[in-house]
Ligand binder design. Structure first.
Ligand code: NAP
Length: 315
């Protein structure tokens, strides 16, 4: 049996997703007797808390991380953050460094980072993921991969089952991985928008939301329908265990930008954008993006929020 070359991993970005993915990576590193996973995050307290829970060590700086790691995984909020962080890493990268990006980025941003990495003798893999933080915790993500074939070979040694349950390989062009993620999120946001409408109609017609959800479970047994349907049924939109509304608006803006750039109308996502905007204006900025339903509810004359997770400041 071939002996695996030990890999020194780094992880950057300990948000809702990264805090889960990094723990699975650390468990893998520990079982393989690889060095501890080096952690870096903007908010230091999150690193210190996580570092106590597994096979981790704290990186002093992004430069230290870049100098010592073979593979750095990252999951960051948006394009500006990703560009800034990766460019700091690449300045100090050792030759052959592989960057594995799980953020949802615009395709041209992924391409720019690929070019920057190549210029430094490093590789940038676009590896966005499908699934909420709970799926990240149970290594149940669908992992997209695109970029340099040799770097992908290294990462494919462990990504399944360490981080996810399966991979879709989009080839060597990193923009394609980013594109698949945006197309996929278009389907998910469209589903949230549609369920927001149907649950609102159920309430307005006096139909029991629980019974309607039972129908969804039986007839549309797919993760996006079942998970977001439950949140909309209950009005339980905690942002801490999901995908925040600003994150959802970022992805909606990518979909609309792709539509504008290619003269492709995106009417469902435009409508969802309006409902996300209303939900944000109503105080829901810290909630999950399925709080889109609150924007729909007000258009039908219902109070925006009904769930126990949300309390607007009272007069
Ligand atoms: N949540 C989901 O269901 C989900 C699913 C699939 C993909 N995604 C994608 O995964 C990425 C992360 O999502 P998430 O839900 O984990 O987001 P999140 O909880 O908001 O975490 C964002 C991460 O980015 C860091 N960050 C934000 N602004 C920064 C800045 N100016 N400088 C340095 N670091 C900064 C945060 O650091 P701090 O800890 O210091 O704030 C945190 O580590 C996003 O691109 C999202 O689209 C999310």
């Amino acid at each position: 049996m071939a002996i695996l070359q030990p890999l020194k991993f780094g992880f950057v970005g300990l948000g809702n997703m990264g805090s889960m993915i990094s723990q699975n990576l650390a468990t893998y590193a520990q079982t393989q007797r690889f060095p501890r996973v080096q952690l870096w995050n903007r908010t230091r307290s999150k690193i210190e808390e996580l570092a106590q829970q597994g096979h981790f060590e704290i990186a002093g700086s992004l430069e230290d991380l870049a100098k010592s790691c073979d593979v750095i995984h990252a999951c960051l909020a948006n394009d500006d953050v990703a560009l800034s962080i990766y460019r700091q890493i690449l300045k100090a990268a050792k030759p052959g460094l592989i960057l594995v990006d799980h953020s949802t980025l615009f395709p041209t941003t992924s391409s720019a980072l690929h070019a920057d990495a190549e210029a430094q003798g490093a590789s940038f893999l676009s590896s966005p993921v499908f699934g909420p933080p709970a799926a990240a915790k149970s290594a149940g993500l669908l992992v997209v991969l695109s970029g340099d074939a040799k770097a992908k070979e290294t990462v494919k040694r462990y990504v399944v089952p360490t981080i996810g349950k399966s991979i879709i390989d989009c080839g060597e062009d990193t923009s394609k991985g980013a594109l698949l993620k945006i197309l996929g999120n278009s389907c998910i946001l469209g589903t949230i928008e549609l369920m927001s409408e149907s649950f609102t109609l159920a309430e307005k017609t006096g139909f029991d939301a629980g019974l309607f959800y039972e129908f969804i479970q039986q007839w549309f047994p797919a993760a996006a329908w079942v998970n977001y349907g439950k949140k909309i049924r209950d009005g339980a939109f905690s942002g801490k265990t999901g995908f925040t509304l600003p994150g959802g608006m970022k992805d909606a803006s990518y979909i609309r930008r792709l539509g504008a750039e290619t003269s492709t109308p995106t009417p469902i996502i435009d409508q969802a954008w309006n409902h996300l905007t209303s939900a944000k204006a109503l105080g829901g900025e810290g909630l999950d993006w399925s709080a889109c339903a609150a924007g729909m509810r007000v258009t039908a004359g219902l109070p925006p929020f009904k769930g126990e997770d949300f309390s607007l400041p009272r007069e």
